[in-house]
Design a protein around this ligand. Sequence first.
Ligand SMILES: [Zn+2]
Length: 292
Amino acid sequence: MAIPVGLMNLSNSCYINSVLQLLLGIPEFCTRLLEIQATDPFIVALQNLFKYCISVSESGIIIKPNSVIKSLFETTKLFRMGEQGDSHEFLLFILDIIDVRSDSSIIKDLFYGKLGKTYQCMCGFVCKAEEDFNFLGISASSGDICTGFAQLLCSKQDITSKCEMCHLVVTKQVIVVVKKQPKFLIFQIQRFGYNGQKIQTPVKINRQVYNRQFKGCISHFGNTYHGHYNYTGVSGETIYTIDDASVTTVKDIRSVSTDSYIVLYGEMDLVQQQQQQQQQQQQQQQRPSYIA
Ligand SMILES: [Zn+2]
């Protein structure tokens, strides 16, 4: 796998760089992005940057992403030149722009999943609903991603819609199931509270969440008002931290738990799938015969 190249920080643009690196770390996304017959200036700028970054990987050069940044500020007022931004908001913005302003199904195919929600009203009526998602928010106090995901699936939520049967609006226990897993599963760790305080507790990154493997993590350092982002991603056997222009290798992913903010999981590659199957077979063979 190729060594990624660094992106220059163009005045508080680390939130943009970290998201671009996360997307550049998904080969399937890059291939599909470059296949789009784009006319939208922002998507064209993204395509040109991605094509260039891929062509010069391994070279160690540092790239100025000016055309993407210029085009971004021309296309929206959500982000402003020279001001700090939220990398999660920017990630969702990019996914949305590509989804809405191109005729490609790339975003739906790679990032969208479906949740099923079931709850029973006090009157006994069982309500069912479905919801598409392109990220899942998990609590910063969950300890690790797997626990946060499990908590999300048995969370108590306020149902604001009326019961179809008795028309009451009350708080009910909702059972959430993942009906369709996206190819790439994005978690956002909810570190920024409504009171402006940042929740600093570490959230451990699990190597695997169900049958998805860790691909990368955007970390946030500092507080709600002044902070910095970088990206740590897996490329083949190597783990890289890309901090704007600087690209360094790191030993393991434990170091990113403290400041983890956006965590990406993806489908396992074939070798890993085979290894997991072998492990499961071995575990089954080692089990005493009286355990089913
Ligand atoms: Zn009811």
